[in-house]
Design a binder for this molecule. Structure first.
Ligand code: TRP
Ligand code: SF4
Length: 405
């Protein structure tokens, strides 16, 4: 569904600063971002405050990790001319929105977000009994709602956070979007769209409210979106009035789930720093070759003559990413009949993987050697993000009655 008064073509996503990225990060989120930047107006940021919620005890290298991650984004092809890149803590408006939203967020909503208990179970060695950690999903909601995006590209594990973001937006609009004489003001705003549009809007609103006709809703939304001369407030009123609520001040986003190829670690488990099974994007090529050479294969292939099953071998998952169909067929045939050895099998997927890394590393090196340009890119991105953030924040303050001008 098209979101309301939000910018219809905007997406927002963030990553915690984990430092240099590995192949799993690259084939997971990052490649997807690179693709999305050609289709959407993208805001991508380093969620450094989010890192503090779990790692405040060892935060000393947080800035270094952030810069390293940003270099990897750039080397992967995230382009500052199509995306706005920034660092969360350098757009302090996020903190104010977080605070304002915290006023209307029931504690129980935060306590029942699945990641809250899961992470506490999983990260037993960390102190997660803090106010900051409980607020993790709310801070994320502020990150998102700030930019009124239509969609938020995230992995499966973050869907619950987008869901609570929607609930918070709804609750906020419900509490603060009901101004006195809302209906009269919405009707007055409608007149400004002209007779024809007003008639269309009424008709579509009726069809949506009486029979849940989504197409009618879309038509009316599209009409509103194309109106150049409505004020922001009137536009929000009309979006809200259409659906039967109050003014739509904050916009409910949707999770944009993307199919990403399964990128296993060297041992076949998920690739993750905590499992020590990663291939780093900027790791020396010789080390990478050695890691692949020694990675385990199907244990059934004890001797060269023993046939194996690719599906039981992590090397096969790499072939699925790096090899074309005929090579994949060669692996299937050769492995199951013991026609090929594991070393030659690995060799075939190693070359394209190395080629990818080499290109990446060369681009990364250019940014490493020119830290000023990286800082400049982030500086520009922060300024751009802040100017949008200020607008949302001003509307939010106004809606809550904090108007002192
Ligand atoms: N919590 C996200 C993660 O761990 C990172 C994040 C913070 C984020 N704020 C966000 C993602 C806003 C999308 C939108 O991956
Ligand atoms: Fe794995 Fe290839 Fe060896 Fe089969 S031949 S076990 S797919 S490395």
């Amino acid at each position: 569904m098209v979101s309301g008064s939000g910018d219809n073509n905007r997406i927002v996503s963030g990553m915690r600063p984990t430092g240099r990225l590995h192949l799993g990060n690259y084939h997971g989120a990052l490649k997807n971002w690179v693709k999305l930047q050609h289709e959407y107006d993208c805001f991508f940021f380093v969620a450094d405050w989010h890192a503090l919620t779990t790692h405040y005890e060892d935060s000393g290298d947080i800035a270094e990790r952030s810069w390293d991650m940003i270099i990897d984004w750039l080397a992967a092809g995230i382009s500052p001319s199509s995306s706005t890149l920034f660092i969360q803590s350098r757009v302090p408006e996020h903190a104010e929105l977080h605070l304002l939203l915290s006023m209307v967020t029931p504690l129980s909503w935060l306590e029942r977000v699945p990641t809250y208990k899961d992470q506490q179970e999983k990260l037993k060695d960390r102190d997660l009994a803090t106010y900051g950690f409980l607020g993790y999903p709310l801070l994320q909601s502020a990150d998102i709602l700030m930019y009124k995006p239509r969609q938020v590209p995230v992995g499966e594990d973050q869907v619950a956070h987008v869901e609570i973001t929607r609930e918070i937006a709804r609750r906020f609009n419900h509490i603060f979007g009901r101004e006195p004489e809302f209906e009269e003001r919405a009707e007055a705003a409608l007149k400004k769209t002209g007779k024809k549009n007003a008639r269309l809007y009424r008709e579509m609103r009726k069809r949506w409210q009486e029979s849940g006709d989504e197409e009618a809703l879309e038509v009316a939304r599209a009409m509103l979106a194309s109106q150049q001369n409505l004020t922001k407030g009137d536009r929000e009123r009309l979006f809200g009035y259409l659906e039967g609520g109050g003014r739509e001040i904050l916009v409910e986003p949707e999770a944009l789930l993307t199919e990403t190829p399964k990128m296993p670690g060297l041992d076949g488990q998920k690739m993750s720093k905590s499992y020590g099974n990663t291939i780093g994007m900027r790791e020396p090529i010789d080390d990478v070759r050695e890691k692949i050479r020694t990675m385990p294969t199907d244990p059934a292939r004890v001797r060269r003559e023993d046939p194996g099953t690719p599906e039981k071998c992590p090397v096969w998952d790499f072939h699925k990413i790096y090899s074309n169909e005929s090579t994949q067929q060669w692996v299937q045939d050769g492995c199951t009949t013991a026609g090929i050895g594991c070393l030659e099998c690995k060799q075939r997927m190693t070359e394209p993987l190395i080629a990818e890394l080499e290109g990446f590393q060369e681009r990364a090196r250019e940014y490493e050697e020119d830290p000023d340009s990286v800082r400049g890119i982030i500086q520009d991105g922060c300024e751009k993000a802040r100017s949008t953030a200020r607008e949302t924040l001003e509307e939010t303050r106004q809606a809550m009655g904090l108007q002192y001008r």
